[in-house]
Design a protein around this ligand. Structure first.
Ligand SMILES: [Fe+2]
Ligand SMILES: [Fe+2]
Length: 281
């Protein structure tokens, strides 16, 4: 098997057309603005986080000779490049839906400045450890989300964006881990930087979510019901139970993303998005 065949089949770069429009449902998750805004809060980071991951992986490629890993790193950058562009489209539509959301600009600028500073001031080991911490976190969350089939409570083109993204996160789950290994980033450093990275990243997610809830408070108050609140709590409890200690496993010295159990739905979703992509490279 050639290197290019290996990466073409394992991590294809799919260009998608989800048909986003201003009229699509933005309360796409269970018609609940609070739950939907939590997803949007994660996705507000993507146009800054994912280019940072790509810069990190491209820089790391300079020190790697293994042709298979290099091809996988290239494919990783191709996939992440598509992800952030698709999320930027939805973020733009979301921000245009409410003039008050221009208040998010300052959080976005701060996040972008952080990632630019990390790229220039931190060494490649630190940046790879950050990238791997994010990749491990998102991959484990994606596994739980896919197992629970939470997309069945979602609607419209954003549901497809969500499923496509988590599918590709699983496809490229080994790349940053292997790049860390190739650059001699120790488990201890991954642990230390990883804790810092998760706190940094989730801190911004929390700020975006709080801002959405504050800036759209009146509409949320009108739409929220006792049933929605109960359903939200039920979902959060079920998710925490299903996720269990999965997130913690990625902190352990013997963690390896190759040994993670991937949900059965994964293969059919890969095939589905490859067959519905505008192009596959
Ligand atoms: Fe991504
Ligand atoms: Fe990723």
């Amino acid at each position: 098997m050639s290197t290019s065949t290996h990466h073409d089949t394992a991590m294809p770069v799919r260009k998608m057309d989800f048909g986003f429009s201003a009229g699509m449902p933005l309360d796409f998750f269970a018609d609940d603005p609070v739950r939907s805004y939590l997803s949007h809060a994660y996705w507000m980071t993507m146009p800054y986080l994912e280019p940072y991951l790509m810069r990190t992986v491209r820089t790391a490629m300079q020190g790697i000779n293994d042709p298979v890993l290099r091809a996988e790193m290239q494919a990783f950058c191709g996939q992440e490049g598509q992800h952030f562009q698709q999320h930027a489209r939805v973020n733009r539509i979301l921000k245009e839906s409410n003039p008050a959301f221009s208040a998010l600009d300052s959080i976005e600028a701060e996040l972008e400045a952080d990632y630019r500073r990390f790229s220039t001031d931190k060494d490649i080991g630190w940046n790879l450890a950050y990238a791997e911490a994010f990749e491990a976190m998102t991959m484990t969350l994606s596994c739980t989300q896919m197992e629970m089939r939470i997309h069945e409570d979602m609607s419209g083109p954003i549901r497809e964006l969500f499923l496509w993204h988590i599918t590709e996160e699983m496809e490229h789950r080994t790349v940053c881990f292997d790049a860390c290994h190739a650059h001699g980033v120790s488990w201890w450093r991954r642990l230390q930087v990883g804790r810092e990275a998760r706190a940094h990243y989730l801190g911004y997610v929390g700020r975006f979510h709080a801002a959405f809830l504050r800036l759209d408070a009146e509409r949320i108050r009108q739409k929220d019901t006792a049933e929605k609140r109960i359903e939200r709590e039920r979902f959060q409890a079920a998710f925490a139970k299903q996720h269990g200690l999965r997130g913690v496993f990625s902190y352990l010295p013997w963690y390896n993303p190759r040994r993670v159990t991937i949900p059965g739905l994964f293969e059919s979703l890969r095939a589905h998005y490859s067959s519905t992509a505008v192009t596959v490279a």
